[in-house]
Design a protein around this ligand. Structure first.
Ligand code: CA2
Length: 150
């Protein structure tokens, strides 16, 4: 059976490429999906790619990833980054290597964006590389999978 990665996107990321291109760039979420699919295929992974504006739906998808035996999760929690203990708890319970990704450098932005609940459960955090961060996260998960830390 193919190894599966879940790529999960939080609220408002469906607007990528349609609003605020000076902050988030011109690529759409469909472009992000295509990038993730190409990158995952290179490593022999399949991906499940989703976006939701609903916190509980994201929690359910993390549980689904664990139940499906996914090899990793890439998550851009977007606005839930700074608020969601529920998403953090789901990641901690899933016990799957999880990479948190942000398109922008959250530390160079407003103070309220600096703290992440999600980082407490993440294996690694990538921010500031634009949408390339998604590909870097998948490359990182593939490296971890090929060479798990002893
Ligand atoms: O840089 C990121 O990827 C963020 O996770 C994006 C979130 C923001 O709340 C985080 O602080 C950093 C916002 C996602 C909203 O995406 C939009 C895309 C286009 C237009 C408007 C919003």
């Amino acid at each position: 059976m193919a190894k599966t990665l879940f790529v999960l996107n939080g609220p408002n990321l469906n607007l990528l490429g349609t609003r605020e291109p000076h902050i988030y760039g011109a690529a759409t979420l469909k472009d992000v999906q295509a990038l993730c699919e190409t990158t995952a295929r290179k490593h022999g992974f399949e991906i499940v790619f989703r976006q939701s504006n609903i916190e509980g739906e994201i929690v359910t998808w993390i549980q689904e990833a664990a139940a499906a035996g996914a090899v990793g999760i890439v998550i851009n929690p977007a606005g839930y980054t700074t608020t969601s203990v529920a998403i953090l708890d789901a990641i901690l319970a899933a016990k799957i290597p999880t990479i948190e990704i942000h398109i922008t450098n959250i530390h160079a932005r407003e103070e309220f964006r600096h703290h992440s609940y999600i980082s407490k459960g993440a294996k690694a955090v990538i921010c500031g590389f634009g949408i390339s961060g998604y590909a870097l996260a998948i490359d990182g998960l593939a490296a971890l999978h090929a060479n798990p830390p002893k």
